[in-house]
Design a protein around this ligand. Sequence first.
Ligand code: FEO
Length: 400
Amino acid sequence: MIAREIKREILSLVAIDWDRRLFDELVPLPEGTTYNSYLIRGSEKTVLIDTTYSPFIGELVDVLKREGVSKLDYIVSNHAEGDHSGAIPTLLELYPEAKVVTNTRCKGLISEALLVAEDKFIEVKDGDTLSLGDKTLEFMLMPWVHWPDTMVTYVPEDRILFTCDFFGSHLASSDLFAEDEARVEDAAKRYYAEIMMPFRIHIKKHLKRLDALAIEMIAPSHGPVYERPEFILDLYRQWVSDVAKAEVVIPCVSIYESTSLMVTYLTDRLMERGVRVQQFNMVDADTGEFAKSLVEASTVIFASPVVLAGPHPDIVSAAYLMNALRPKTKMVGVMGSYGWGGNILSKSITGLLDGLKSQVAYLDPVLIKGLPKQQDFAALDVLADAIARRNQPAGELVEV
Ligand code: FEO
């Protein structure tokens, strides 16, 4: 870990986790991640914004020593999760005069998880400030990005906003700043999809508050720093808006080709009608890519054979994940093939989407016996027409 100055007397301390491939035993990390801390040397007080994940405590302590930090006055904790709070107990031992500055909820979580004593905390409320001498910390509580304790810290003298998880990206990189914007956009979108999307409504409100703030730099605690804040702010405004894109996502599984023939046929018909399609074979799909596809797509069509008494388990998992992620999807459809039994696919899948029922219109399902026949293809033509009608013009933002 090295220290790099991002503003006068504000240093970025980045632990690069090149090899991590799973977060919370759930979220795939194809490009690893980083855990960022920021050291601010005010004229009177020194503060560390967020700490690091426990495997990197040694690196963080070493860099603080190399930077000659003999006294740390405050450790600001914007969020209690272990990847940012893991070093707090060690740092409190190393710097016994330091106080952990955070909000009531975050304090409660840190106390429980890390057994930090009551007298080690300074509690702050929304709008509170803390002077470092020539710099000031302003705290803004922004709950549910993505835990109830989350807050951001603003330094008005430098117009820099420290956002912890908010605006982050899981991207192990030596780049200090988001110079490769295409790469960062992809990582930030995936991060939003997996972690932030369920809290879209909260984020909308927080973005409005940030509109009133003069921001020259956004410094998250995962991924690179944004020297051009409008880049990530505009992306977030687009992702949280209620406007969906003319895109169809098809999570699918097929066993003996019947369902895959239906998927191929529908995909071709949608492409003919100028509708963008993304297919995911859920047996081996990267769930992060699937989640990312849900950020803006207007329509999701689940395609599954009947397995035992219901949909294929990987399609059940896809529907469960979609329901948990709360995308802004406007239309949902189900199609598939069965060998015997009846139309149990549709209810089984749509029943898993309870959290979306107030916003989603259901298309007529296309459920067939065995291989698709002429009348089945005709039913898929009708489905393609219904989707295309509400997804024009292709590729542009649409409100369905
Ligand atoms: Fe990066 Fe919610 O922790």
